[in-house]
Design a protein around this ligand. Structure first.
Ligand SMILES: Cc1cc2nc3c(=O)[nH]c(=O)nc-3n(C[C@H](O)[C@H](O)[C@H](O)COP(=O)(O)O)c2cc1C
Length: 208
């Protein structure tokens, strides 16, 4: 059975472009994967604390030496990691915030980037441990970076996610970007704006 992990990170729910496109992807994916399982993780509804010195200390303590308090500190991270290892495919919906990923997504990334779990330096070089996974990122940005190449240096979303997930072993990554969503605040019809993006995500879900 194929399992899709669907992660949302926009706080805007019903008004969110990335959430709407990700929902369309999931609907199509379910049709194309009868019997497939979807794990949904809404990062705006998941309280994730920032990592601190105690958490880092627990991560770098061999499992056999961890105290009950350290194991409890890592419980949330362990459960988020279990979702990543169980799933064969990832769908990650990302609104651009301040030229980068939203803070809830960064908090999640800090929980799942764990030595010995998702990456290793065992032989002196970094090795990603999330192997054989396929990821689709659906990104929504207010500015249209594709239409305005001079803005490229401000777009840290795709380069960052490609680098980070590649480091963790996820090299099969596709990005679908709905750029220029700010036009929706200035009278552009939402249905018309979204139509080509909905088609693209449905095609991607069918091929996934
Ligand atoms: C807090 C915040 C910060 C934003 N920062 C940027 C930005 O740096 N660059 C940009 O092009 N759009 C920015 N936007 C616009 C969003 O990227 C845009 O509204 C996008 O559609 C958000 O995805 P969503 O609709 O799924 O929430 C920002 C929006 C918010 C709410």
């Amino acid at each position: 059975m194929t399992t899709l992990l669907h992660i949302d990170s926009s706080p805007l729910y019903g008004r969110s472009v990335s959430r709407q496109l990700a929902d369309a992807f999931v609907t199509q994916w379910k049709t194309s994967h009868p019997g497939g399982q979807v794990l949904a993780r809404d990062l705006n509804a998941t309280p994730i604390p920032p990592i601190d010195a105690d958490w880092i200390g627990a991560v770098y303590t061999p499992e056999s030496d961890q105290t009950p308090a350290q194991r409890s500190l890592l419980a949330l991270s362990d459960s988020l990691l279990a979702e990543l290892t169980t799933a064969d495919e990832y769908l990650i919906a990302v609104p651009m915030h301040n030229f980068s990923v939203p803070s809830v997504l960064k908090l999640w990334i800090d929980q799942i980037s764990r030595v010995g779990k998702t990456f290793s330096y065992a032989d002196g070089t970094p090795k990603g441990l999330l192997v054989g996974k396929k990821a689709t990122f659906i990104v929504a940005t207010g500015a249209d970076f594709a239409a305005q190449p001079h803005l490229a240096p401000y777009n840290f979303v795709e380069p960052y996610l490609r680098a980070l997930f590649g480091f963790l072993g996820v090299t099969d990554a596709s990005f679908l970007t709905a750029g220029g969503t700010m036009a929706l605040n200035y009278g552009t019809d939402r249905e018309t704006f979204l139509a080509p993006h909905l088609q693209a995500v449905r095609e991607q879900a069918q091929a996934a």
